[in-house]
Design a protein around this ligand. Structure first.
Ligand code: 13P
Length: 290
């Protein structure tokens, strides 16, 4: 007999599924921002920006951030705020490498998770991705997988930080074999602060878009120009991950206002993160799409 996890199933139904949001974005050719949160100020900045912009939004956390805020703290907060938001909010788990963490995330109520096997061999990435997709689908959740490797992430797995562009010829078979719902692509972006101006391979992106029909994800969204975003959306990107620009906006607000009290600092940081989120939503074309 199948034992349903009623609490989790009810939670997922109450929230928007990331797939539902991204399918709409793909049909209408706009981008939806994904933003990581580790505390209440971040969650509130994102959701109030989305409400003000009447934009859908995706928020979540990642394995590397769990030391700052564990699932026990951050998931109930995100779910509560998402359920009460006036706009569609999906909750997603970003870069996660370990099977146990992915299973904990599904039990905690994520309707969507990312398995990052980009530092594994192609065969191992394919095998692991399929295993995780099979389990997540059986639990009613969807999965983002990465093909190629977007560099610049601090190394949580002990593996080397590598950048390897996504091979368009491998994308179709990868999606067919794994059943992944979303594909993170490597086309010249990197996580964190760019040391030189990034040059994106839009031709490669267009070729990937032609071979697969699942929503495509751009990681390393901080530091890109408006033209970069518009070019990637025109060539098939629907989800854009941004983190460094958000935390830099908060840090800048604190630096410019050094000497303020802790409580004032929290408010200034939240306001700065909200402004940056609104800026991104405007460029991504998600304003008014809620
Ligand atoms: P940035 O920190 O470069 O914006 O990248 C965010 C990201 O891709 C998270 O998955």
């Amino acid at each position: 007999m199948i034992k349903l996890n009623f609490e989790r199933d009810v939670i997922i139904m109450a929230l928007y599924n990331m797939k539902e949001l991204l399918d709409d974005a793909q049909r209408k050719q706009y981008g939806i921002g994904y933003f990581n949160a580790v505390n209440m100020e971040m969650v509130r900045a994102y959701i109030s920006a989305a409400e003000e912009a009447e934009s859908p939004i995706i928020i979540g956390t990642a394995e590397a951030l769990l030391d700052i805020a564990s699932f026990d703290w951050i998931v109930p907060l995100m779910i509560d705020q998402a359920k009460n938001a006036k706009v569609p909010v999906a909750i997603h788990l970003d870069h996660t490498y370990h099977f146990d963490t992915l299973m904990q995330a599904l039990r905690a109520g994520f309707g969507s998770i990312m398995y990052d096997g980009s530092r594994e061999t192609h065969e191992q990435n394919t095998e692991n991705s399929k295993r995780i997709v099979d389990i997540a689908h059986a639990m009613g959740a969807s999965v983002e997988c990465e093909l190629g490797s977007v560099g610049g992430l601090s190394d949580e797995t002990g593996g080397e930080d590598i950048t390897e562009y996504t091979n368009p010829n491998e994308a179709k078979a990868f999606i067919e074999k794994t059943g992944a719902d979303f594909l993170a692509v490597s086309i010249g972006t990197a996580h964190g602060v760019y040391e030189s101006t990034p040059k994106l391979d839009l031709e490669r992106l267009g070729m990937i878009r032609e071979t697969v029909d699942v929503p495509l994800v751009l990681h390393g969204g901080s530091g890109l120009s408006d033209e970069d975003f518009q070019g990637t959306i025109a060539n098939g990107i629907t989800k854009i991950n941004v983190f460094t620009d958000i935390i830099s906006a908060a840090a800048d607000a604190l630096t410019k206002n050094s000497g303020v009290s802790y409580l004032e600092g929290l408010q200034l940081a939240e306001a700065a993160m909200k402004r940056e989120t609104l800026r991104k939503m405007t460029v991504f074309g998600s304003v008014g799409r809620a």
